[in-house]
Design a protein around this ligand. Structure first.
Ligand code: INI
Length: 156
């Protein structure tokens, strides 16, 4: 019989930082609303959630990295919306954010969750911010708690 290990999204006693980009704020504040609600629904104390706003998705990794290295933070959830325009800007911003968050997670040895939408259109972003395709902020919150629990199990 295989020894199967997986985490559960338990929120009690967990401390979570959320970094949210102001760019495309109409979308990102819905991601933030879903994220905070989901963290609290899983039992995270509202006082144990800190929300930090940054200008755009490009700025998220630096702040996420700083927060992830703090002793009183168990996980960092990163929220943003990068929407493709007519130029290559999208690729630089989305690619830089993705690489930066992977690096931040490895450097701090903690979950740094990628809750940044990367879509071709505003409609696709709206669908993922609390309408047809759910709320990616909620999903990111659950992933963060599951990963904190999993890493705890693996190190105990
Ligand atoms: N930032 C975003 O969060 N989403 C975008 O869609 C976006 N676009 O398309 O330009 C965007 N650009 C700003 C960027 O994140 C930085 O804030 C800016 O380049 C200053 O460093």
């Amino acid at each position: 019989m295989a020894n199967v290990i997986q985490g559960r999204p338990r929120g009690e006693g967990r401390r979570v930082a959320v970094v949210c980009a102001r760019f495309n704020e109409l979308i990102t504040r819905e991601l933030l609303r879903g994220c905070v609600d989901e963290l609290e629904r899983h039992g995270v104390d509202p006082d144990a959630i800190q929300v930090v706003w940054v200008p755009g998705a490009w700025e998220i990794p630096l702040v996420a990295s700083r927060l992830a290295r703090k002793d009183d933070v168990d996980a960092v959830v990163c929220l943003g919306a990068v929407i493709r325009g007519a130029t290559a800007h999208f690729d630089y911003v989305a690619g830089g954010a993705a690489r930066g968050l992977a690096q931040a997670s490895h450097d701090a040895d903690k979950p740094v969750v990628f809750g940044i939408l990367t879509t071709d259109t505003i409609e696709q972003a709206v669908e993922r911010a609390g309408t047809k395709a759910g709320n990616k902020g909620r999903e990111a919150a659950t992933v963060a708690l599951e990963m904190v629990d999993l890493l705890h199990t693996l190190s105990s």
